[in-house]
Design a protein. Structure first.
Length: 194
C-alpha cells in the first residue's frame, strides 16, 4: 500500500527523482506498488450494485500495475523511497504497418502530492522517450490533463487525422482524444487492444 504522506514530508519538484522503467524489467513488487498508487489516485468510486466487479478490478489493477493497456514503459516519480507518481506509455498496434504509435495511458499522482508539476514532468520525460524511440504519432484520451499535453504539442484529434478504430474494437472514438504527429499525418486504424 502507498504510504501516507505528512505535510512536513512533501518534497519540492526539484527533490523528486524520476525513473524510466520498462515493463520487461518491472518486478511483481514494483507492479503492485504502481497498482496501489493507481487505486489510491483514481479512487474507483462505484455503485453498490457493481461492488463485486469494482473489487475485482481493483485487485487486478493492484496485481498488474495498470488499468487497461499493458505498458511498454513507465515514468515513475519518487520522493525518497515513496512512489508519488506513475505515467504509463503503451505500444498499441495500428495500420498501416510500420507507423510507430505510442499510447499515453494511466497518469497518476498521489493525492497528497498533486499540484506540484509532477504529472507535467512525468509527461515531458515520457514524450522525450517516445521521441528518442522514433514515435511517429502519440495518442491519449484525457480531459483532466489536456493542458499538460497541449504544452507538449498535442491537439484534439480532428477529421484530417483519419484516426479510427477497427471493426473488432470494443472501444468507441472519444472526444477527449489528443494527438501529436512527428510525421505527416496519415490515416491510421487502431486495433482492438487500444
Amino acid at each position: 500500500m502507498v504510504a501516507r504522506v505528512r505535510d512536513d514530508e512533501r518534497a519540492r519538484l526539484d527533490e523528486i527523482a524520476f525513473e524510466l522503467l520498462y515493463e520487461d524489467h518491472a518486478s511483481a513488487s514494483e507492479r503492485a506498488l504502481i497498482g496501489d498508487l493507481l487505486v489510491k489516485a483514481f479512487g474507483w468510486r462505484h455503485r453498490p450494485t457493481r461492488l463485486a466487479s469494482a473489487l475485482r478490478r481493483r485487485s487486478m489493477v493492484r496485481e498488474r500495475g495498470y488499468t487497461l493497456h499493458p505498458p511498454h514503459y513507465r515514468v515513475l516519480a519518487w520522493a525518497g523511497d515513496r512512489l508519488v507518481g506513475a505515467r504509463m506509455v503503451c505500444r498499441p498496434s495500428c495500420d498501416p504497418l510500420g507507423v510507430q504509435l505510442y499510447g499515453f495511458g494511466d497518469a497518476a499522482v498521489h493525492p497528497a502530492w498533486r499540484r506540484r508539476g509532477i504529472a507535467q514532468a512525468m509527461t515531458r520525460l515520457a514524450v522525450e522517450e517516445a521521441e528518442r524511440q522514433g514515435a511517429d504519432v502519440m495518442l491519449t484520451s484525457t480531459a483532466t490533463l489536456e493542458p499538460v499535453y497541449r504544452a507538449f504539442g498535442f491537439r484534439p484529434v480532428r477529421e484530417p487525422d483519419g484516426v479510427r478504430l477497427d471493426t473488432l474494437s470494443g472501444h468507441t472514438f472519444q472526444r477527449t482524444w489528443l494527438i501529436r504527429w512527428t510525421i505527416e499525418p496519415t490515416p491510421i486504424v487502431l486495433h482492438s487492444e487500444f
